[in-house]
Write a new protein. Structure first.
Ligand code: DX5
Ligand code: ZN
Length: 217
């Protein structure tokens, strides 16, 4: 089953609640929330307050993608805000720290994801695989929406799929053409920002990427 996670980074923040309700009505399975700190990535987005406000207006699981240095310092705030899944970057955390984080989130009923940048070799996440529920493969250099999908990520996804039975999410440049590449490689969650929030008809956009993913050529 392919899950679609609209990334609110590309929403109109002046009417975020409405945009989220539209995405939910259009068939979104999760809401992908990009948290950026201006240090790990060259952009600043939102913090726990916004996540908590989103929690009040949506029943969808909140898939929180932390693109921040020192994620451990902020995890509790994002848990309290109502996140369902928290993904941290392997570039920002040690494996020893990840173990403690994994037990903490499990106790609280949340899922833990590990993400890796396009330039980070797969070998970096191997020791973490047994501690996480999800691997988020970046298919662009993180920081901004609207960038082009990097097709070389497909090989990374294939290799992960061979050794990991949890969720594999892809993030960056997902549209009706690239979704199929990601799903054929083994991804089952598609995070997409500009393709969904830039569309006139969100239902159609979601249907198109879901089907692009389903049609395995
Ligand atoms: C990129 C973010 C992505 C981004 C995807 O740093 O992590 O989630 O919103 O946006 P699109 O789908 O427009 O590439
Ligand atoms: Zn993201």
């Amino acid at each position: 089953m392919i899950k679609i996670a609209p990334s609110i980074l590309s929403a109109d923040f002046s009417r975020l609640g409405e945009e989220i309700k539209e995405a939910e009505a259009a068939g979104a399975d999760l809401l992908h929330i990009d948290v950026m700190d201006g240090h790990f990535v060259p952009n600043i987005t939102i913090g726990p307050q916004v996540v908590s406000d989103i929690r009040r207006v949506s029943r969808l699981p909140l898939d929180v993608h932390l693109m921040i240095k020192n994620p451990l310092k902020f995890v509790d705030q994002f848990v309290k805000a109502g996140s369902d899944m928290i993904t941290v970057h392997i570039e920002t955390i040690r494996n020893s720290e990840l173990k403690a984080l994994s037990s903490k989130l499990k106790r609280k009923g949340l899922k833990l994801g590990i993400s890796l940048n396009p330039a980070t070799p797969l070998s970096r996440i191997l020791p973490s695989l047994k501690m996480v529920d999800l691997v988020l493969v970046m298919t662009v250099v993180p920081g901004f929406g609207g960038q082009a999908f990097m097709p070389e990520a497909a090989l990374k996804i294939k290799k992960i799929r061979k050794i990991f039975s949890g969720d594999i999410s892809v993030d960056g440049g997902i549209n009706d053409k690239t979704a199929g590449i990601a799903v054929n490689a083994g991804a089952n969650i598609l995070a997409a920002g500009s393709y969904i929030f830039g569309a006139k008809d969100k239902s159609l956009a979601i249907e198109r990427i879901r089907n692009a993913g389903n049609s395995r050529d």
